[in-house]
Design a protein around this ligand. Structure first.
Ligand SMILES: Cc1cc2nc3c(=O)[nH]c(=O)nc-3n(C[C@H](O)[C@H](O)[C@H](O)COP(=O)(O)O)c2cc1C
Length: 437
């Protein structure tokens, strides 16, 4: 059986599935049930400094986007960091860590950007016996207006400074959580690295307004007639998070920096994809808020089964495996030619492929042949874009078939050349040309 035990920056857990810092990790009652269900670790809901706890809105705090089947695709929230007092949180963290020594207990922290504030909280968290800390530089609302969260995460110099303080004042591993609300995620990752962080985690939520009430003319969720931007998460953000993780994993300046992946992870497959792109483990929030703690059972079984099937013995066998295959556009093989093929037995003749192809640009799919509805690909027009595959409502009905070397591409009247397989160094490759010059 595959070994899915995880060792992330020295923090051990029986599996790579952690709960992200959020409502499911805000109290012992939740975290204990999560551990019972099988979660490998948690990042405790973000703690703030000593003093009166923050006050959340008392109206709706979520907005959502659904698929046609009402499945939750994207969730937007305007919640703040923990609204429970610091002492209670610290006491519970200590107790839970003591009772569950084999699980990862990481504590998320966000305090004002002064050395004293960070020093003070670090000492108190260390006292609990927690395994590590996560610096919340990502919260996009409520706290950033107070000079915390994303307000720090958007300024690389601040990130570096705070990480340095943390490395100075604690022995615990430091995980720096990054905000996606920036232009180039490599900049904050490099700053965290320069400050000495042990790892980065990403992504926190994305600034968003999910919808507008057209009766009240106010963004939703609406609190007494007004709304504000919130943080977007859930399956809809996964592609953004995957790209950001890959960007950091393949950046020579942060190469090898451990990454904890967050963003839309719902199944073992999502987690495996993030790990293939360089993440050491996976954190989950929205999926658990939607389906409950028990989803971890399927995540564990699914990951193990897949690894057994493929012969991957442990997590190191998959972590980063896809990174060398992420490249810049100019290195893509422009002589790799595919054509769409419609399986006539599966086709339900809805015509969506035809409409998409016709009105997009290529006019490469028939709609009527001999006076009958018939959808077939015209190779001489097909550019191989695969839009038809993506709009077809029947899975597996349309496939993209690569032309073999030596075959004729009827669109360009050119033969697919065998030496095009060697595209990276081919003279027709503009990138190879530049490199040669
Ligand atoms: C209601 C809610 C509260 C959250 N609170 C925190 C928080 O206190 N600290 C933090 O670092 N991230 C917080 N997050 C962000 C999550 O930890 C996570 O980064 C984000 O939701 C993306 O993961 P997901 O797509 O699995 O939800 C919160 C998210 C939600 C939905």
């Amino acid at each position: 059986m595959a070994d899915i035990r995880s060792n992330f920056v020295g923090i051990k857990s029986p599996n790579p599935f952690w709960l992200a810092s959020a409502p499911p990790t805000d109290k012992a009652y939740n975290v204990v049930r999560a551990f019972k269900a099988g979660w490998g670790g948690v990042v405790w809901k973000t703690l703030g400094e000593e003093g009166p706890p923050v006050v959340n809105v008392n109206g709706p705090r979520y907005g959502a986007i659904w698929g046609a089947d009402r499945r939750l695709l994207g969730l937007n929230n305007i919640e703040l960091i923990t609204d429970r007092d610091l002492e209670t949180n610290l006491r519970e963290i200590k107790q839970v860590k003591r009772d569950w020594p084999d699980r990862a207990m990481v504590v998320s922290i966000m305090v004002p950007c002064t050395e004293d504030a960070w020093k003070a909280i670090l000492l108190r968290v260390e006292e609990t016996g927690a395994d590590g800390i996560e610096l919340n530089f990502g919260c996009p609302h409520g706290m950033s207006e107070r000079g915390m969260g994303a307000a720090v995460g958007q300024v690389p110099e601040y990130i570096e400074m705070v990480v340095r303080w943390c490395k100075q004042y604690t022995r615990m591993p430091v995980i720096t959580k990054l905000t996606p609300n920036i232009t180039d995620v490599r900049k904050p990752a490099r700053a965290a690295h320069a400050g000495g962080t042990d790892a980065v985690s990403l992504i926190n939520t994305i600034n968003s307004i999910t919808s507008v009430d057209l009766d009240d003319f106010a963004p939703q969720p609406t609190i007494d007639g007004k709304g504000t931007h919130g943080g977007y998460c859930g399956p809809a953000v996964k592609p953004i998070a995957l790209n950001m993780v890959a960007e950091i994993a393949r950046d020579p300046e942060t190469h090898g920096l451990p990454i904890s992946a967050i963003g839309g992870i719902t199944t073992w497959r999502d987690a495996a994809e993030f790990m293939a792109l360089g993440a050491g483990n996976a954190q989950v929030c929205t999926a658990v808020m939607t389906y409950g703690f028990k989803i971890v059972e399927e995540m564990i079984d699914g990951l193990k089964n897949w690894m057994d099937e493929k012969g991957h013995r442990d997590l190191d066998a998959i972590i980063g495996r896809a990174v060398p295959n992420v490249t810049d556009w100019q290195y893509l093989n422009l002589n790799y030619v595919t054509k769409a093929r419609i399986d006539q037995d599966l086709c339900i003749k809805c015509g969506r492929c035809h409409i998409a192809c016709e009105d997009t640009s290529h006019q490469a799919i028939t709609s009527m042949v001999d006076g009958k509805r018939h959808f077939e690909v015209i190779d001489a027009e097909c550019v191989g874009c695969n839009l038809c595959v993506n709009v077809c409502p029947v899975e597996g009905c349309i496939d993209m078939v690569p032309l073999a070397a030596g075959a004729m591409d009827r669109r360009t009247d050119r033969t697919v050349s065998p030496d095009y397989a060697n595209w990276t160094t081919h003279p027709n490759n503009p990138a190879a040309k530049v490199a040669a010059e």
